[in-house]
Design a binder for this molecule. Sequence first.
Ligand code: GLN
Length: 215
Amino acid sequence: MVAELAPPGPGPLVGVLDLQGDVREHVAALHEVGARSRLVKRTDELDGLDGLILPGGESTTLSMLLESTGLFDAIAARLASGNLPVFGTCAGLILLAREVLDGRPDQRMFGALDAVVRRNGYGRQRQSFEADVAFGSGEGPPLPTVFIRAPFVVSVGEDVEVLAELDGVPVLVRHGSVLSCSFHPELTRDRRVHGLFVEMCGVPEAAGSGGGLFG
Ligand code: GLN
C-alpha cells in the first residue's frame, strides 16, 4: 500500500526518497509550507507525485540503492518526461548533476542539472559549516545554511539560474523543473527553499514566504 502522510489538503503531493538521509526533516518542512508528502522506497510510490525530493546522504550508497530498487530508471523516466519537478539537497544535488568529479566510477547520476560538481569539494578544513547567504533577489533576510561534506559546484550551464551563492560559488540553483542545493535547508528553521520547491510543484499559494520571489 502507498501511504500518504499528513496533512491532507489541497497542497501538491511531494515524494521524499526514503533510502537514506534527513527524510523526516524534509517531510516536516514540506508540511510547514502546505504540501502533502509520501515516502518513496518503491517504484509504485512515484505514481501521482507532483514533485520529488532527493535528500542528502552518501551519493555512492544512494546510487546503489536507487539501482537495486529499480527507482533509478523509474525516476530517470519521469525526469525525462519533464513532468516531475525534483529537488536535490547535498548528495541529492550530486545525483542530479551532469558530471561529478571525485565520485566513484560506478556511481550513477540522472544528469538532469547542467552542472559539474566536485564531491566533498569543500575540503577537510570546511567539511561541515554554517553560513548565511543572500537568497534570490537578496531583498529578504539572509538564508541560513548548513553544509555537511558538501559538493562544490564547479560550473553551471547557461540555462541554470543561480539563486544563492557563497563566496561566488553557486549553492542553490534552478534548471527548469530541477532545484538543487549543496546545503541542507531541512536542518534550519527557514522554509523559503522548500516553499520555492512547492511553488515549482504547482500550487503557488502553498509557497510560504518564498512565494513570488522568482515569479
Ligand atoms: N559527501 C556526500 C556525498 O558525496 C554528501 C554529503 C551530504 O549529503 N551531506 O554523497
